[in-house]
Design a protein around this ligand. Sequence first.
Ligand SMILES: Cc1cc2nc3c(=O)[nH]c(=O)nc-3n(C[C@H](O)[C@H](O)[C@H](O)COP(=O)(O)O)c2cc1C
Length: 177
Amino acid sequence: MKRLSKNDAPKHITQNEKVMSENDFIVSKTDTKGYITYCNQIFIEMSGYTKEELIGANHNLIRHPDMPAVAFALAWDLIKNGKEFFGFVKNLKKDGGFYWVFAYITADYDTRGNIIGYSSFRRKPSKAALEAIVPVYKLLVDAEKKGGMKASNDLLAVFLKEHNTTYNDLVMNLQKS
Ligand SMILES: Cc1cc2nc3c(=O)[nH]c(=O)nc-3n(C[C@H](O)[C@H](O)[C@H](O)COP(=O)(O)O)c2cc1C
């Protein structure tokens, strides 16, 4: 079967939001390249894809164009080096709608300590966090359109400095708010 990726994602994007339930977890696992090896039932329901479509697909299948590339660059940089990533992610559903998550991604290891893949667990993001993060992501996406990743990296650094915080502290405090 064809391995789906962001090239197969819907081109018609809508403003229809599906909101996560309070007690749900969305779970997926990937190989070291980001191809999905496992997904739970909630992931299937939220994304709108079947299990058959998701297994083997590149995780970027659900990448939403409103997400700044810098967020994923940061995520991969951390998890490849065995560190954890936390962040707010807007995902694209098969029907063109979207859903927001508060995501945690971490590496999976074999008994010798080699990274053999990655796992992600997502919960419902706090409302206050989304209100704060949406305008920031918009600025980052606009910066990327004009000046590429360097522009959004610089912008993020200035934003964190102005708020006297680190990326991780910002995300954690937002989710608590
Ligand atoms: C375990 C794991 C889970 C991921 N979950 C998502 C996700 O839910 N949504 C998403 O857009 N990208 C997710 N990614 C990141 C994608 O691999 C990819 O970097 C991102 O969609 C940007 O794709 P692009 O650089 O090809 O545009 C995940 C990666 C890993 C390793």
